[in-house]
Write a protein that binds this ligand. Structure first.
Ligand code: ATP
Ligand code: MG
Ligand code: MG
Length: 561
């Protein structure tokens, strides 16, 4: 349901000018639907939609689908979903660049007519050689001075499929000696006998991006055409084209202004669609939405919130520099978003059994379950209480016990007392071992009358507190722990093969236990697992009877996140 402009150029401009007039500023996000959006696109999305929001304007979502190949509905749908997921809305302003093909063609004929464009029959090699170089002017094509009538006839032959791919192109007639190589008669149209997903077999010539994009902007009455820095040298042609089409009466003034800003680059990440596709196709990751991917679908599945991505993009600002941002900036934004709102939970990721030796004595029977509770969030009473219970056997983190404590170790070792958080104080009495001397269970006695939250709980002083889950009610869970996908901060710098730097340990899967309050967890729900970091239920693989959690990030920065 993009806007389709049929008929004459005048019609198209008229239609475009009509319902669009109220907005004071008008921006657009113009993805090519040939892949999934990544974190770099989030920058462009937030910049364009954010400007429109801040200045009472409108932002268009425009599919830049002028290239007949490689475009698929799968990508179109994924792009829409991700723009919305990030929190933005294009309202009624959804467009497809291919719907302007008729106008673009008519505009090309008008340029030919006015002597501003010509059909060049030089070979691609000749054209390249005659374009010159920096400090070396180009050479005029022998076809440059044909009459408009001759050029028009040739251009129509191109359109009518009378010539093979590459036989000739339509070029703007500007200046082969311009110091800006982009003004040395740039190509406007090329022959490409290819079907287009929207226009089918109607066209066998397609506009170049540099010709199509300014026209798309002008027809949609874009005020600020924001693009990345590498298009700076294209701006003179952007202006040349729009000025000439406006002079010919085909476009309305005021014309759009191109404004460049720096790309967002993240350390330890690649953001070229081609390279991301390679990671998927060569199975270095499980798909576009693998939680290690910098795609928005990947970041969503990893557990990043839209707010954290927006905050990260905003924190990096819009500048005239191609910024390299540390990947930890995104983790920090996630923590800042989740710390005040994510419910807490106990999870044991490397389980070791803790046996409470005197349990039956203290509680009357080993079948007794001693109810315990604590706040779901330390500063958000409205999130309520988490309830669980103590039994004779618990799961604790393996690293919470040592036989011989190093200096400053206050957790379990024989003779030491610790508090089971939101439970009792226990005193370690020893450990059970297998034939190889490996610890298979830790042994401890409950210290009576020390339950958290009861009078006297503080009578016994301890220096350590540990998390735990009752073995009788623990939920077994698969937990996926991630590290960076690359071992190098700029894996594709300097033309290196980025695949050589794929981190072989970027995914580690462990079988752990989580507290029973997570039994009803829906897919995509987030927690802070105490001491471990932030986790989310996997939106694809998580099921209530087979829980799967992804680690989003730790509680603070550490190597490999
Ligand atoms: P790729 O090079 O990965 O194929 P692209 O730039 O060709 O990406 P498009 O779909 O054409 O992808 O991009 C849509 C918009 O997103 C463009 O306006 C582009 O400038 C912007 N964009 C793409 N990557 C980045 C980035 N790393 N930082 C900021 N903006 C970006
Ligand atoms: Mg592109
Ligand atoms: Mg690109």
């Amino acid at each position: 349901n993009g806007r389709h402009f049929a008929g004459t150029p005048g019609d198209a401009a008229h239609h475009a000018a009509g319902p669009l007039d109220e907005a004071r500023i008008r921006t657009r996000f113009p993805p090519e639907p040939n892949g999934y959006l990544h974190i770099g696109h989030a920058k462009s999305i937030c910049l364009n939609f954010g400007l429109a929001r801040d200045f009472g304007g409108a932002c268009h979502l425009r599919f830049d689908d002028t290239n007949p190949e490689k475009e698929e509905l799968e990508y179109v749908n994924a792009i829409k979903e991700m723009v919305q997921w990030l929190g933005w809305s294009w309202g009624g302003n959804l467009f497809e660049a291919s719907s302007y093909f008729d106008f673009m063609y008519a505009a090309a004929e008008a340029l030919i007519d006015a002597g501003h464009a010509y059909v060049d029959e030089q070979s691609a090699d000749e054209m390249r050689a005659n374009r010159g170089d920096f400090g070396k002017p180009g050479v005029n094509s022998p076809f440059r001075d044909r009459t408009p009538a001759e050029n028009l006839a040739r251009f129509r032959e191109m359109r009518d499929g009378r010539h093979a791919d590459g036989a000739m192109v339509l070029r703007a007639r500007i200046d082969m000696a311009s110091p800006n190589i982009n003004l040395r008669d740039p190509t406007l149209y090329r022959i490409k006998h290819a079907e287009h997903h929207a226009t089918g077999a109607k066209w066998c010539i397609y506009p170049m991006y540099t010709y199509a994009h300014p026209i798309e902007d002008a027809l949609e009455r874009i005020t600020h055409s924001i693009c990345t820095l590498e298009f700076e040298d294209q701006r003179p042609f952007y202006d040349w084209l729009l000025e000439h089409l406006a002079d010919l009466g085909l476009l309305a003034r005021p014309l759009p202004q191109q404004i460049e800003f720096g790309r967002l680059n993240l350390n330890y990440v690649v953001t070229s669609k081609r390279k991301l596709r390679q990671l998927v196709e060569e199975k270095h990751v499980s798909g576009w939405d693998d939680p290690r991917m910098p795609t928005l679908v990947g970041l969503r599945r990893r557990g990043f919130t839209p707010a954290s991505i927006r905050a990260m993009v905003e924190a990096t600002g819009a500048s005239k520099q191609n910024a390299w941002i540390d990947d930890t900036v995104l983790d920090q934004a996630l923590r800042a978003d989740l710390e005040p709102q994510a419910p807490r939970a106990f999870a044991v990721l490397q389980p070791l059994k803790l046996k409470l030796v005197n349990y039956a004595e203290v509680f009357g029977s080993s079948g007794h379950r001693e109810p315990c509770e604590t706040a779901a969030h330390p500063h958000k009473p409205e999130l309520g209480q988490r309830r669980f219970s103590l039994g004779p056997e618990l799961w604790i983190e393996a690293e919470d016990f040592v036989e011989v404590p190093p200096k400053g170790y206050f957790r379990l070792f024989p003779g030491n007392k610790v508090r089971l958080k939101a439970g009792y104080i226990v005193e370690c009495t020893g450990a059970e071992k297998d034939a190889d001397g490996k610890v298979t269970a830790v042994l401890a006695n409950v210290v009576p009358d020390t339950k958290s939250g009861t009078p006297g709980a503080d009578a016994v002083k301890v220096k350590g507190t540990i998390g735990w889950v009752g073995a009788h009610e623990a939920l077994a869970a698969e937990v996926r722990l991630y590290e960076r996908l690359f071992t190098e901060p700029q894996p594709d710098a300097g033309g290196r093969d980025f695949l050589e730097f794929v981190n072989p340990n970027s995914l580690r899967v462990v079988q752990g236990f989580v507290e029973p309050s997570l039994a009803d967890a829906g897919a995509g729900q987030r927690w802070q697992f105490e001491r471990h970091g932030y986790f989310v239920t996997d939106r694809v693989d998580h099921h209530a009877d087979r829980p799967v959690f992804n680690k989003i990030t730790g509680l603070k920065d550490s190597f490999g996140r």
